[in-house]
Design a protein around this ligand. Structure first.
Ligand code: ZN
Length: 185
């Protein structure tokens, strides 16, 4: 039996034990033994240097001064082709992936470095305008939802209109202050 078959057989035995109506101390010992067997069979598995599949039938082959550990299929292919095809891009590609991953990581960690502290901002606006927090939030949302940012004056006009449409009662001066503060953040 190959290692993979051994693992499968052991796994089946484990299932059988687990599905028994009653289990006892001996079963626990059996499970431990099976687990150990599975572990050692997994360790026996070797990665084929050509295709990356794990198999226990990996052979070391040298053709035209290229030596590689190959699985059965790749070994046959190599003999037929008269040369060993090692995936030369493998190492390079992993490095590219790692590089990419690290840059993405950097980017994502940099982004929240300067977040709008909305809690503080809203509190400040509340303090200066005597608006309720829900109103401040509402105004901020209107501003944030503007698809293409405008200058302060137009933003105030825009928010004013939205506020009127929503029938919110916010005095113009208060609204102006609030929008100015929210936009400055
Ligand atoms: Zn292979």
């Amino acid at each position: 039996m190959t290692s993979l078959q051994e693992i499968a057989t052991a796994a089946q035995e484990i299932i059988q034990i687990c599905e028994q109506k009653k289990t006892n101390k001996t079963d626990k010992e059996k499970l431990l033994k099976l687990q150990a067997a599975i572990n050692s069979h997994i360790e026996d598995l070797t990665e084929c240097e050509a295709c990356g599949s794990i198999a226990d039938l990996v052979v070391t082959m040298t053709i035209e001064r290229v030596t590689a550990k190959l699985c059965k299929d790749c070994g046959i292919n190599a003999i037929e082709a008269g040369k060993i095809k090692k995936p030369t891009t493998r190492r390079r590609s992993t490095r590219t992936v790692q590089k990419k991953a690290s840059t993405t990581k950097k980017k994502s960690t940099r982004k929240p470095a300067s977040p709008r502290n909305t809690d503080e901002l809203y509190a400040e606006v509340e303090k200066q305008t005597s608006l309720k927090k829900t109103e401040v939030k509402r105004l901020d949302k209107i501003i944030q939802d503007i698809a293409s940012p405008m200058n302060l004056e137009n933003t105030i006009l825009y928010v004013q209109r939205e506020v009127d449409l929503a029938k919110l009662k916010i005095e113009q001066d208060v609204l102006k202050t609030a929008v100015t503060l929210l936009m400055a953040a």
